[in-house]
Design a protein. Structure first.
Length: 567
């Protein structure tokens, strides 16, 4: 039991503190993270994971992982496994508290018969379309179902026959008997059970009726002794039903608290819509590095520390808002700036030949692995007569203030010498620059007599004979416009239906002939680096091998979000 409540950092912690004072739950804090196993988790779920597990840890409480597996038509073991892996990767543990709503199917059925016996539930034969018509509107009350006044005995008989599989799918539902004139549409006799013949991943073919979420969820919370049932704002209108179910059954009652879900610019935040992108081939899978799924972010190179930092920074609010995706990128930059070793890579190679450098000479130059962390040590980089630089770092007719390589212009090579462009070779038919010829200042290496010369431009490079070839994948936002998808449960609009129209066809660029410094030869899958001047990159978890390196760009170096905050 916590006797000294925490200083509230959000409104939910403030509620918990009040519960401590009133001893509402005997000093307990017990939360749960209850995903549906019908897809992979995304960054929005990460916020909920961090909140539920974080509140439990901060208050010396417990947090369960519970799968809401009440719709077998859309659920798969693959999703169950991926969700567990994501929660663990983010740094959280549920210990021995792994539960499934399907653990309680017998109890759900028993409680449903209890509601029928109390005259609080009935079997309804209306079709789905008829139920919508009877439901009314926001300004008009609904109409009672013609089956609403069936006797308790008839309802019990029909419900048991539903369970026994005597009726076709969708032909009958069990509904709560509440109030068809309620101003809250959710309370107008909502469905509690539907007939659905679908093989369940855990219960097999035992059941052909399955409970609805709004019925199963509060009972699951009650059975597990949850104190604070934290969910997103779209469930605020469902809270009266949550409370009604528990009160009608006269069982232990947790407290439902709603918070604002995460909306990110340029990001699809609907599991259903993400599934469409996967199934229709817009992306390679749920773990495509362009996806906002946790597995996609992990494969791209994000760290759990950066995601937890992001979730802490955005905080917990009572009203919906949209967060700039630049903040998420800022968090991974800050994290990788300290942990990622530096390396040099040339993504679009252009050969440079240093004519006055000995043809058979190779020097070993020393470079720091991370200037932010001297304890990470140094590495050796080979330097030779032939190098690769970026094509964009040379210009035949440079504009004003072009401080990179150009005819007659000098640049400094990082960790090496100052070189000067003397000539270049061009394909006369295409105009493509094929190679650049330079001379070097022998005394300009670190510690040399001319090393202090002021040169405005510094380029990264790779020794051509020692370069390691690799594929590099550059990613942009999945949505080309500054937009976000509607919440999963929102009423569909034309704009929402056409969200794929905003798909960015340039969201992936593959560069097949990149040249890397030899220290990256044995880069392990998942290892992260800062490629100088280019950004942060990660060796792909699936496609990168010792003989065929593949790097994903995690994020570029330019931090527009941080600059905007300072401005």
């Amino acid at each position: 039991m916590t006797t000294n409540p925490l200083q509230p950092t959000n409104f939910i912690q403030a509620i918990i503190n009040e519960d401590y004072k009133s001893n509402k739950y005997g000093g307990r804090v017990h939360t749960r993270f209850p995903p549906e196993p019908n897809g992979y988790l995304h960054i929005g779920h990460a916020k909920s994971i961090c909140l539920n597990f974080g509140l439990a840890a901060e208050n010396q409480g417990l947090c369960n992982l519970r799968f809401d597996d009440t719709n077998p038509a859309k659920e798969e073991v693959e999703y169950v496994d991926s969700i567990q892996a994501d929660v663990r990767w983010l740094g959280f543990s549920w210990d021995d508290r792994l539960f499934y709503a399907s653990d309680y199917f017998d109890q759900f059925y028993h409680y449903a018969t209890q509601l029928i016996r109390a005259g609080k539930a009935y079997v309804c034969d209306l079709t789905a379309q008829q139920m919508r018509e009877y439901r009314g509107t926001l300004t008009e009350p609904g109409k009672d179902s013609p089956y609403r006044n069936r006797s308790i005995e008839e309802n019990l008989d029909l419900f048991e026959r539903m369970k026994n599989g005597e009726f076709p799918d969708g032909s009958r539902v069990l509904r709560a008997k509440i109030d068809m004139a309620s101003p809250n549409m959710t309370m107008r006799d909502p469905a509690l059970y539907r007939i659905l013949r679908a093989h369940h991943q855990r219960t097999g073919d035992k059941w052909c009726i399955y409970p609805m979420y709004d019925y199963a969820h509060p009972i699951s919370d009650s059975i597990e002794g949850i104190t604070h049932s934290i969910c997103t704002l779209e469930f605020e209108d469902h809270r009266p039903l949550y409370d009604w179910v528990l009160e009608a059954l006269q069982i232990y009652r947790p407290q439902q608290i709603e918070f604002a879900r995460l909306n990110l610019t340029n990001t699809v935040m609907s599991k259903r819509k993400l599934r469409e992108l996967v199934e229709q081939g817009f992306v390679s899978g749920w773990d495509d590095p362009r996806m906002p799924t946790i597995s996609g972010l992990r494969r791209r190179g994000y760290t759990p520390e950066a995601i937890r930092d992001f979730c802490e920074r955005i905080g917990v609010a009572k009203s919906n808002s949209t967060v700039d995706v630049g903040l998420l990128e800022h968090c991974i930059r800050e994290d990788l700036n300290l942990r990622a070793p530096r390396a040099m890579a040339v993504l679009n190679p252009l050969k440079v030949i240093i004519d006055n450098y000995p043809a058979d000479q190779v020097e070993e130059l020393t470079a720091e692995n991370n200037p932010e962390k001297p304890e990470m040590g140094t590495r050796i980089i080979p330097f030779s007569r032939e190098l690769f630089i970026e094509k964009d770092d040379f210009c035949e007719n440079p504009p004003k203030k072009f401080f990179r390589l150009a005819p007659g212009q000098e640049v400094r090579l990082k960790h090496a010498y100052i070189i000067k462009c003397e000539s270049f070779v061009k394909d006369e038919q295409t105009g493509e620059i094929l190679e650049v010829h330079c001379t070097y200042d022998e005394g300009s290496k670190t510690g040399g007599p001319t090393s202090a010369r002021k040169i405005k431009g510094t380029l990264h490079w790779v020794s051509a004979p020692h370069a390691i070839q690799a594929e590099v994948r550059l990613y942009d936002y999945l949505l080309a416009t500054d937009s976000q998808s509607n919440p999963e449960d929102a009423i569909e609009t034309e704009e929402a239906n056409d969200f794929k129209d905003a798909f960015n066809p340039k969201s992936l660029e593959r560069l097949a002939n990149c040249m890397l410094e030899p220290s990256l030869q044995n880069a392990a899958c998942g290892s992260r680096y800062q490629f100088l001047r280019l950004g942060y990159f990660c060796a792909d978890l699936i496609d990168s091998t010792a003989g065929s390196l593949v790097f994903n760009r995690v994020v570029g170096l330019r931090d527009s979000w941080a600059k905007a905050q300072k401005g």
